[in-house]
Design a protein around this ligand. Structure first.
Ligand SMILES: Nc1nc2c(c(=O)[nH]1)N[C@H]1C(S)=C(S)[C@@H](COP(=O)(O)OP(=O)(O)OC[C@H]3O[C@@H](n4cnc5c(N)ncnc54)[C@H](O)[C@@H]3O)O[C@H]1N2
Ligand code: MOO
Length: 466
């Protein structure tokens, strides 16, 4: 929604710094012919450093100063904690097949002993006493009724997972037994008392706590819960999210044409939000219509509304005016981060928030990870990822004052910064494993940087896109 001529010169310079960092410095082969891409890096100074609303002198006059990046994340987390207290959402009883990615709201206590009966660990024979043994005609299979007890010197064919007959002293594996000339079973190696019998309760006793409250339900937890007798799990409900995509210039199909571009955020955000623990209820494209935005915001019953675009100060940037019209409290109004500095977080109600993502697609990713991730994680009661650092293989230019988030791939013990990391580009992030947090001033080759993993690289449960 940034229309031509609406950017202050200094902001144009600022954007050029981003583009130039992406293309001139880090990309050896920039495409030609685009003046934005070939502009020389310019210096942003604190004076005239454009405010979050875009006016160059805004920051000097405005009570809304951009928030430092770590503080913005902490504010989002705090806001979510306050919303959790206000909303008192009751835990859900969720069928196992809908519980992946949720957080346990009650401990997972075993509903049975595991194993729940003495069971054979191997295919072979259950034997009683020392061999040779007389083998019964009827074998014992898994899932069948309780077999008759063995008598000393007797053996019975048994399958892995089948119930051990009473008075069995060991299980002899198929490959360790042979039938002698008299039709009796002989062991071909020593038999140790109790071998290959899994005793009832070996893993847990009924009532034992298997997993505490706060556990993320992974595929393994689902398996454990099923094994322990559960049909449903008591879990924290997913935070409900409505996505509002702003911008008259957006096409939903076909190739960009006539000054129109494809909506990159409509397809990208819902699965990403799901991976962050959200239930995405609606994705609405509402153009550059302040009334429609107002209606959508006031009608939403979501825990979090995510808007895209319209955060700056262009003539059709309606997010701030609508927030002020609905009496929202701006908790974060601009963040000292590149890309994405116009991102915002507002409290609409005690238990309802709005994250305004900038329209530039990588700037939207930055807002997603800076504000939406901590907010959703806290609402979903998910554990915070362990912070970690890795050395950056190459030097990364920094912004003079702001943190930069730069797409990287992880290679060996380090991270390699990627090209095409300008605010309007997705080519870098599409190839990335993580975002490197580059402090103001930049970092030299080999310098450690904090990394934010992307959901598809952390694997396992982080990948819950559907
Ligand atoms: N005068 C100023 N102008 C701008 C400033 C500023 O501080 N002062 N900040 C710039 C920065 S940085 C960003 S980021 C953008 C943020 O602008 P908005 O959030 O208002 O976003 P729009 O203007 O609506 O769009 C920006 C850009 O992104 C494209 N876009 C929007 N939505 C999508 C989408 N769903 N898929 C793909 N691309 C999208 C849009 O067409 C624009 O090109 O403002 C700068 N301007
Ligand atoms: O530099 Mo903006 O913040 O494109 O994202």
């Amino acid at each position: 929604m940034t229309s031509p001529g609406t950017r202050a010169d200094e902001e144009a310079e600022d954007l050029d710094v981003e583009e130039a960092l992406a293309l001139v410095k880090e990309n050896p082969g920039p495409p030609h012919g685009d003046p934005d891409r070939t502009a020389a890096p310019a210096h942003a100074t604190r004076h005239g450093h454009p405010g979050p609303h875009g006016a160059p002198d805004k920051q000097a006059d405005s009570p809304h100063r951009a928030t430092p990046w770590p503080a913005a994340r902490a504010t989002a987390e705090r806001a979510a904690r306050a919303a959790v207290r206000a909303a008192r959402r009751t835990p859900l009883s969720t069928p196992l097949d809908a519980a992946l990615g949720l957080t346990l709201a009650a401990p997972l206590a075993a509903l049975t002993d595991l194993p729940s009966f003495d069971t054979s660990a191997m295919d072979g024979w259950a034997v009683a006493g020392p061999g040779p043994w007389t083998v019964r005609d009827e074998g014992v299979l898994a899932g069948h009724a309780e077999p008759a007890p063995l008598t000393d010197g007797e053996a019975v064919r048994i399958a892995t997972g089948a119930r051990i007959p009473l008075d069995t002293t060991a299980v002899l594996r198929t490959e360790h037994g042979r039938t002698d000339g008299k039709g009796r079973l002989q062991a071909t190696r020593d038999v140790v008392h109790g071998q290959d019998i899994r005793l009832r309760g070996q893993e847990c006793r009924s009532g034992d706590q298997l997993m505490p409250v706060g556990t993320l339900v992974t595929p393994a937890v689902l398996g454990l819960a099923a094994a322990a007798g559960y049909d449903t799990l008591t879990a924290v409900p997913r935070p409900r999210v409505d996505v509002l995509v702003l911008g008259d210039e957006l096409l939903t199909e076909g190739r960009p044409r006539d000054g129109l571009i494809r909506d990159a955020l409509g397809p990208m955000l819902p699965p990403w939000l799901r991976a962050l623990g959200a239930e995405v209820r609606a994705v609405r494209r509402i153009g550059d219509d302040a009334e429609a935005l107002h209606r959508a915001v006031t009608a939403s019953g979501a825990d979090l509304i995510v808007t895209t675009g319209g955060t700056a100060a262009g003539p059709v940037d309606h997010v701030h005016p609508v927030l002020s019209r609905v009496g929202a409290e701006l908790l974060v109004d601009g963040v000292e981060v590149r890309p994405g500095h116009p991102m915002l977080l507002a409290r609409l109600k005690d238990d309802q928030h709005l994250v305004g993502l900038p329209g530039n697609p990588l700037a939207a990713v930055s807002g997603l990870l800076t504000l939406a991730e901590p907010l959703l994680r806290t609402l979903a009661a998910r554990p915070a990822p362990e912070p970690y650092t890795l050395p950056l293989r190459d030097a990364v230019h920094g912004h003079p004052y702001d943190t930069r988030l730069v797409p990287v791939v992880l290679r060996g013990d380090g991270a390699v910064p990627l090209h095409y990391n300008g605010p309007a580009m997705l080519r870098g992030i599409a190839a990335a494993d993580a975002l490197a947090v580059v402090p103001p001033g930049g970092s030299g080759p080999g310098q450690e940087a904090e990394l934010l993993d992307l959901p598809w690289t952390t694997g396992g449960i982080g990948v819950c896109f559907t």
